[in-house]
Design a protein around this ligand. Structure first.
Ligand SMILES: NC(=O)C1=CN([C@@H]2O[C@H](COP(=O)(O)OP(=O)(O)OC[C@H]3O[C@@H](n4cnc5c(N)ncnc54)[C@H](OP(=O)(O)O)[C@@H]3O)[C@@H](O)[C@H]2O)C=CC1
Ligand SMILES: N[C@@H](CC=O)C(=O)O
Length: 392
């Protein structure tokens, strides 16, 4: 158990500055923030520039620093930092889901080899303690499904679009101002960020480790006013969902917008809030909800990881040890797709076509298709097709 936590912090953006202020406010005994490393020497800062260094070695080669907080927006640079930190036997707390999803196995193995903790609660659903909950409360229950609204930016955009018609890019600008969006917001709106989070969730919930390449991610970029009108008329909301379902045929997992009946709890999750709906064999249904993005709420998850180091906390990965579920993308799902141009609907071939229709100038069709086929058929689409999962 470390007697003293001496922190080296990488990044002073939305999350990095958040944890700085939280630590300053809490003044926790035996926790000392020693060094902050950022990238750009000439950037205006909210605190004195003498607080900053620009050399990673100032943290990585400082033997007094025993904990690295990795809170930067560059997944490749983060990988290099985290790898070196673990190899130097420093504990790591990170919020970087893109880095984790791409290097999961290697980094977890490194942390075990060097007997240090690698914690990342903030990487999935901001302030919601989902990973700790899966690890502790559901470690020996059998999870049947996990549905997550895990991207605050997309949920913020959809909430605003359902409130009133407004330009998509103006809402993204607001999400950036609030510090919710990734530096590259296409990660948010095209479902990549949700996919990285789904990969992390799946490992803790089902013991299945997917690669980013094998998971379908569809986003909300092409949602149109008529799609929203259609949803409202039918008493649905539209949410971007990371959906994982385990049955005797294996684990089906994908990220896509979904039409959700207004009677379901997930429809009430608005703005940057996130939620995770779990269905487990013994515990039945649970819903965790809370702020999924933003400076201070995300910092709270970083803080909880940090203080847990006093108890030598590290993840047990019990599901990975217990289960050997196979990933299965052959499952058929019911899908809605729409475009102003009927030609855009043609290239996607359903297994079974159920319905074709129009909503003002919008053409749509609904049918059944396997997750695998949908992934293959939407891979190189250049059209403005909006695709969403439709309830059975
Ligand atoms: N924003 C949010 O709500 C959430 C973000 N996350 C994750 O947290 C991480 C940080 O996000 P966020 O705070 O929003 O990002 P920001 O863009 O607000 O800040 C990024 C920070 O990283 C620094 N940085 C970038 N590259 C380097 C480098 N090579 N060495 C040192 N510092 C570097 C930047 O330095 P400089 O200031 O000099 O430009 C900046 O301070 C990301 O992985 C993100 O996905 C997770 C949950 C929620
Ligand atoms: N960009 C992300 C930040 C938190 O992970 C989001 O919008 O959810």
């Amino acid at each position: 158990m470390p007697q003293q936590i001496t922190i080296g912090l990488f990044g002073f953006g939305s999350v990095g500055s958040g944890i700085y202020h939280v630590l300053k406010k809490k003044q926790i005994p035996r926790i000392h923030l020693k060094t902050i490393v950022v990238k750009s020497p000439n950037k205006p800062r909210s605190i004195d520039s003498k607080n900053f260094s620009y050399r990673a070695e100032d943290i990585l080669e400082d033997t007094e620093i025993n904990v690295v907080l990795e809170l930067i927006d560059d997944a490749q640079a983060a990988y290099t930092i985290v790898k070196k930190a673990l190899e130097s036997k420093k504990h790591v707390v990170t919020a970087n889901k893109k880095m984790l999803a791409n290097h999961f196995e290697e980094l977890v193995a490194l942390s075990k080899k060097h007997k240090v903790s690698l914690l990342y609660e903030a990487s999935v659903c901001g302030s919601i303690p989902i990973l700790r909950t899966l690890e502790t409360s559901f470690a020996y229950d059998n999870l049947k499904s996990l549905k997550a609204i895990s991207n605050g930016t997309s949920n913020y955009v959809l909430t605003r679009l359902f409130q009133k018609l407004q330009p998509f890019k103006d809402i993204i600008t607001d999400a950036q101002k609030h510090g919710f969006a990734e530096s590259d917001p296409t990660l948010d709106i095209d479902g990549w960020d949700s996919k990285f989070k789904l990969i992390i969730n799946n490992y803790h919930a089902f013991g299945v480790l997917n690669t980013p390449e094998e998971i379908l991610n569809l986003g909300i970029r092409h949602v149109k006013p008529e799609d929203i009108e259609f949803a409202k008329e039918k008493n649905f909301s539209i949410k971007l969902i990371g959906h994982s379902n385990l049955d005797e045929e294996g684990l089906t997992a994908y990220v896509a917008p979904q039409f959700i009946p207004k009677t379901e709890a997930l429809t009430s999750i608005d703005f940057e809030n996130n939620a995770v709906e779990i269905d487990a064999e013994f515990a039945h249904q649970h819903l965790l909800k809370g702020k999924g993005a933003g400076s201070i709420p995300t910092a709270s998850a970083v803080l909880s990881d940090l203080v847990s180091l006093f108890d030598d906390y590290c993840y047990g990965y019990s599901k990975a040890r217990q289960q050997s579920a196979e990933f299965n993308d052959e499952k058929l799902i019911k899908v809605y797709m729409s475009s102003y141009d009927r030609k855009d609907l043609k290239p996607i071939k359903f297994e079974t076509e159920i319905l074709c229709g129009t909503q003002k100038h919008l053409q749509y069709k609904i049918g059944k298709i396997s997750v695998k086929s949908l992934k293959q058929q939407t891979a190189d689409l250049s059209s403005e097709l909006f695709v969403a999962v439709f309830p059975d």
